[in-house]
Ligand binder design. Structure first.
Ligand SMILES: [Zn+2]
Length: 458
């Protein structure tokens, strides 16, 4: 009897396939095609990818992991996807608030960046941003800034996933003095990272009002040469639309970009799209342009309300982004973006049925992946996808008693409730403790640079 039991256990162990990691939780929100929410569920992971998602008992029967994380009191979800930000601007947090976008940019941000932004600044700012993002459950972020190669290096070192766009802009900036030089630098950056597991390089012309039509077109040619995303701010303010109409025979910025031919090919992501007309929304849909909705930024800068419900109804892929922390937010909190996206849509339409929690949580996960053209890789918990997932603790009073998980995630839980973060199968935050960045060192560097920025503006 003893022998046969041993044999049985041995056979069971042999039958269980090897995994690197099993993560289990009280609820697993999969965002798969059936939108399964599994009570007492688990995810098995190997070589950075998801092997299986299912009831914990089944996963434990079928897989034997070297390591496990068990959170019976937490919700396990896909990692959150930030579709628009400017990470190193973390070091300019709160430098100038409560201003019009054009004044904020031209009187404060561009001068402060001109005097302070160098590779060291960008590296320290990225470490700070990535630390905050990871602790808040973001597993992929989308960036537009200068020295994007240094941002990629720091992002990769921290084990974070990034879609990182080298800025192309029509005047001399910290890294390149001309748009031609920026395009040449962007090409080298793309070549270096185009096959990286964590980094997706991108080309990011800043906006139509800071780039010539030739540059906007050349950036498209470069993006398409390597099949990387083209990321641009579009229709952020009414002024941008008014100026575009004056300069381009009444066209909206979206119609202008279409007329240049830059929407005909490749992957495109528009940040903001606040002042989008129904005709613009049809263009977004026809050209598969993704939209990064930034409710905090749009509210704080008084930009307006993007017609997100109409975009979703039209089948446009919409994700969420906090935008930069220097004056348009001022943090990287995706839980806050979810909460505000829902409430902004409801208050402006005076209809509480608009943008329900399920749709908003989708924007923060699978919708963001679709907007980036990465839905085959990230955005949901499904076998074969990259293993980017988080657990969100329900141990704090703001989580009691738990009813609907989507309502909890969008309206009640906070970034500070995030307990574990796994990116590409690797834990980067465990039980709220960052494993890949040293917060004391990150803070020391940020404080030292703040002193330099302050002195430069006197
Ligand atoms: Zn922006």
């Amino acid at each position: 009897m003893q022998l046969s039991w041993t044999s049985f256990l041995l056979c069971a162990a042999l039958a269980a396939a090897p995994a690197d990691l099993i993560v289990s939780a009280g609820k697993v929100v999969t965002m798969d095609a059936q939108r399964r929410v599994i009570t007492d569920g688990a995810v098995a992971i190997a070589a950075g990818r998801i092997l299986a998602v299912g009831p914990r008992a089944e996963i434990d029967r079928d897989y034997q992991a070297k390591r496990r994380i068990d959170r019976p009191d937490a919700i396990l979800t896909p990692g959150l996807i930030n579709t628009h930000t400017h990470a190193p601007m973390s070091l300019l947090r709160g430098i100038a608030d409560d201003l019009d976008l054009q004044d904020w940019l031209t009187k404060f941000i561009f001068p402060a960046e001109g005097k302070n932004v160098n590779e060291e600044f960008v590296r320290a700012g990225t470490r700070l941003a990535v630390l905050e993002m990871m602790l808040g459950g973001t597993t992929t972020y989308t960036d537009m800034y200068y020295f994007e190669g240094a941002i990629a290096d720091e992002t990769k070192k921290a084990g974070m996933r990034g879609v990182l766009g080298q800025t192309i802009i029509g005047f001399p900036v910290s890294d390149y003095k001309t748009p031609q030089a920026a395009l040449a630098g962007a090409e080298l950056f793309i070549q270096k990272y185009k096959n990286d597991a964590l980094i997706t390089p991108a080309v990011a012309p800043h906006a139509i009002y800071t780039n010539s039509p030739e540059t906007l077109k050349a950036a498209r040619v470069l993006a398409d040469k390597y099949g990387v995303p083209y990321i641009i701010h579009v229709s952020e303010t009414q002024k941008e639309n008014d100026d575009c109409a004056k300069d381009h025979a009444g066209a909206t910025p979206t119609a202008y970009l279409q007329s240049l031919g830059v929407l005909n090919t490749g992957r495109t992501l528009f940040a903001h799209s606040v002042w989008s007309s129904p005709a613009d929304i049809a263009i977004l849909k026809a050209h598969h342009v993704g939209v990064a909705h930034c409710p905090s930024s749009n509210m704080k800068l008084g930009s307006g309300t993007a017609p997100i419900a109409a975009m979703l109804d039209a089948g446009v892929n919409v994700g969420l982004g906090p935008d930069g922390p220097a004056g348009s937010n001022n943090d990287f909190d995706m839980f806050e973006e979810m909460d505000l996206a829902a409430k902004l849509a409801k208050v402006t339409s005076r209809d509480p049925k608009v943008l329900p929690a399920t749709k908003v949580f989708e924007m923060a996960t699978l919708g963001g992946a679709r907007a980036l053209g990465m839905e085959k890789e990230i955005g949901s918990l499904e076998p074969g996808k990259r293993a980017d997932l988080i657990t969100v603790s329900q141990s704090a009073p703001n989580a009691w008693p738990a009813h609907d998980v989507y309502s909890m995630l969008v309206f009640a839980l906070n970034a500070s409730d995030v307990q574990d973060v796994i990116i590409e199968g690797r834990p980067t935050v465990e039980n709220k403790r960052p494993l890949t960045l040293n917060p004391i060192e990150v803070r020391r560097q940020a404080t030292a640079i703040r002193a330099k920025v302050d002195a430069s503006l006197k």
